[in-house]
Ligand binder design. Structure first.
Ligand code: BG6
Ligand code: MG
Length: 220
């Protein structure tokens, strides 16, 4: 089956927001006296806001009620969104713009498949909203990666079969979601270490578009 659509994760693939997530969660965990470091922050890649909070709270002895957790997540998001105001088109990661142009020139469908509820805001900040044919994000799904829901939704929005899609991801949870959806998985950055990725790259500037689109047997 030929690849007719490429679905991009957002955070860590189109733009790097790791540091802003870290700073926002760090402020919250300091206020709550909970141990949190960059290593723990890496485990939050690809997973939803509430699941990220659960990982952070697993380092606390206190039992938080559902409403307290909602309050903490809201506070974190306010700090995070304040930091996102700094984002601009200069923050688009290397190779992204060239790849989007090349895919358009070949009539390949392009979508976002992200766990983030801030996807619309981030795309506006970096000026790329109009570059995607469809956007599936944390606002439109029930189950976050590694569940395949967000990628299956993106494929449905594009009107293509899962096996025609290639996913570009920087997180193990995202590679697992892509494979669970029956899609080709390209791991970049830290996800280049993922054993189940079909292609592994340091960044998108090193991507060979013919290799990406070639007919490959998709491993399950
Ligand atoms: C993912 C990030 O894209 O979005 C995760 O990799 C983050 O780290 C998740 O937790 C949810 O983000 P948001 O913007 O909805 O809080
Ligand atoms: Mg990511």
């Amino acid at each position: 089956m030929k690849i007719s659509a490429v679905i991009f994760d957002l955070d860590g693939v189109i733009v790097s927001t790791d540091e802003y997530h870290y700073q926002a969660w760090k402020q919250i965990s300091d206020q709550e006296n909970i141990y949190f470091d960059r290593k723990i922050n890496e485990r939050l890649r690809g997973v939803s806001r509430m699941e990220s909070l659960d990982i952070i709270l697993s380092h606390s002895d206190k039992a938080y009620s559902e409403s307290e957790k909602q309050q903490l997540a809201l506070r974190k998001n306010d700090i995070y969104c304040e930091l996102l105001n700094k984002l601009s088109p200069n923050d688009i990661l290397p190779g992204v713009i060239n790849l989007l142009i090349s895919l358009k020139a070949r009539n390949i469908n392009i979508a976002i498949g992200s766990s983030s509820k801030n996807t619309p805001f981030i795309l506006e900040q970096i000026g790329l909203t109009a570059n995607f044919d469809s956007i599936a994000d944390g606002n439109s799904i029930k189950n976050s990666k590694p569940d395949p829901e967000v990628f299956l939704l993106a494929a449905k929005m594009l009107g293509v079969k899962p096996e025609e899609c290639a996913i570009i991801e920087d997180a193990q949870a995202g590679i697992d979601a892509a494979k669970a959806a029956g899609m080709k998985a390209v791991g970049i950055g830290t996800a280049a270490n993922c054993l189940n990725a079909d292609m592994k790259l340091q960044d998108l500037a090193n991507l060979d578009i013919d290799q990406l689109l070639e007919v490959n047997e998709i491993r399950s």
